[in-house]
Ligand binder design. Structure first.
Ligand code: ZN
Length: 162
């Protein structure tokens, strides 16, 4: 059984007890930006329920152009107000060599990616830069409640970065 077959099997059980649709606009008026890491269960770790928040994930949980695009939509069209950023310990993007990665993609495909995949060294400095990027983004109308946390993969505890 492939991983996708496993998903389909699980979905049948999930749908059998599904309580039905919820409103489109997130109940907590919250957007969470986080890493895509498979060990980061945002629903469990943050006590979220279906329909509570927009979850925007990418490699590293960095506020890239695409994340800012989604966040602008989230706030302007769907009513979210607060923003939480979550990075985490043991991240795959820590010490990642973006330049070599992009060179390899360009060499293999003949096409240089228009995006970068910024790796980082210092988790706290990266979070401070991420917070500054969101707080400085004029496309996002609500920037008073933007907070950043580092999730510890070993303990599941959040540390706020101020
Ligand atoms: Zn990560």
């Amino acid at each position: 059984m492939s991983a996708i077959d496993h998903l389909l099997h699980a979905n049948e059980q999930y749908a059998a007890t599904f309580p039905g649709p919820r409103p489109l606009r997130p109940k907590l008026r919250l957007a969470v930006i986080s890493c895509m890491d498979s060990r980061l269960d945002l629903f469990g770790a943050l006590g979220l329920d279906i329909g509570d928040a927009h979850l925007m994930r990418n490699a590293g949980g960095l506020p890239t152009d695409d994340i800012l695009r989604s966040l602008a939509l989230s706030q302007r069209a769907l009513g979210t107000r607060e923003v939480v950023l979550i990075h985490h310990t043991q991240c795959g993007m820590q010490d990642f060599d973006d330049e070599t990665f992009r060179e390899k993609l360009a060499a293999e495909s003949g096409e240089t990616p228009p995006w970068d995949v910024p790796g980082f060294h210092d988790l706290h400095a990266t979070m401070r830069a991420s917070l500054a990027r969101v707080r400085g983004c004029g496309w996002i109308p609500h920037r008073d409640d933007v907070r950043g946390f580092i999730f510890d993969i070993a303990t599941a505890r959040l540390e706020e970065v101020t």
